[in-house]
Design a protein around this ligand. Sequence first.
Ligand code: NDP
Ligand code: A1CAB
Length: 273
Amino acid sequence: MKISFIGGGNMATALLAGLVGKLAAGPDIHVVDPNQDALQRLDTKYGVSVAREITARVAESDVIVLSVKPQQMREVAAALRAQLAGGNPLVLSIAAGIRGADLSRWLGGYGAIVRCMPNTPALIGQGVTGMVAMPGASEEQKSAADGILRAVGKTVWLDKEELLDPVTAVSGSGPAYVFFFLEAMQQAALELGLSAEQGRQLALATFTGAAQLAAQSDEPVEVLRQRVTSKGGTTYAAITSMEQSGVKEAIVAAIKAASARGREMGDELGKDA
Ligand SMILES: NC(=O)C1=CN([C@@H]2O[C@H](COP(=O)(O)OP(=O)(O)OC[C@H]3O[C@@H](n4cnc5c(N)ncnc54)[C@H](OP(=O)(O)O)[C@@H]3O)[C@@H](O)[C@H]2O)C=CC1
Ligand SMILES: O=C(O)[C@@H]1CCC=N1
């Protein structure tokens, strides 16, 4: 499979790490990004072909991954439009907010589009990606998109495009919430007298272990939580404190804010001047 990435930043790098050698050989992957240093690093590490601008090489791909910031998408689509004339590669957008209909319009009515929302654990093959196909994408192209994202983790297909904003809020942004919680656990460990390294080891192993236990259990996470919480004990003290501070409500509100921001970005960036 020949794959081009337009945008070689954080998320493209995470996807590349999982794809190279698994689904495509380095030379069959082409990365376009204006930053020469970033391109050099990707070339050295993965042996991919690189360019600072979109050229005809992009149109030779089976799949073109649009991995620029949402604010850069319209300009990139304008540059890509001419290269797509006459061809039918799959355009796979990973951008938050940007709607398929807007992207299609910017590409001159192009139909073969799949939108998806991956996350950075893709870097270690542990990503999870929400996906939705636009009507012009063929079954073969949907399957190619699924293969790319399954090479870096799990995929969840959606039947409504508007659900990509909630997916973005839960799992696209989600790693940041986990890191934030880990930061808090590590800070507490330090303030309670443990060393930074001890706090890091304890917090990380607890998070990984608890997540794996939840994934392997048939019981709801609420029950697993109750099993840790002895009446009148230490966990009870912590959970009571979190409930009094409204931690759960604050997290739910934060994730809803992320979803609303995705929708708002779609409205703002999709508007024609
Ligand atoms: N980071 C994440 O966890 C996730 C991100 N996403 C989505 O992925 C997309 C990329 O995010 P992320 O990787 O974090 O962003 P980055 O800023 O790290 O990467 C985007 C890259 O695209 C480059 N670029 C800008 N203009 C062009 C152009 N015209 N042609 C080619 N490349 C260009 C940027 O260069 P420069 O910096 O010089 O502008 C930058 O290197 C976003 O749309 C985001 O919504 C989706 C899921 C998770
Ligand atoms: O913060 C963002 O907008 C992107 C989308 C999901 C993760 N990062």
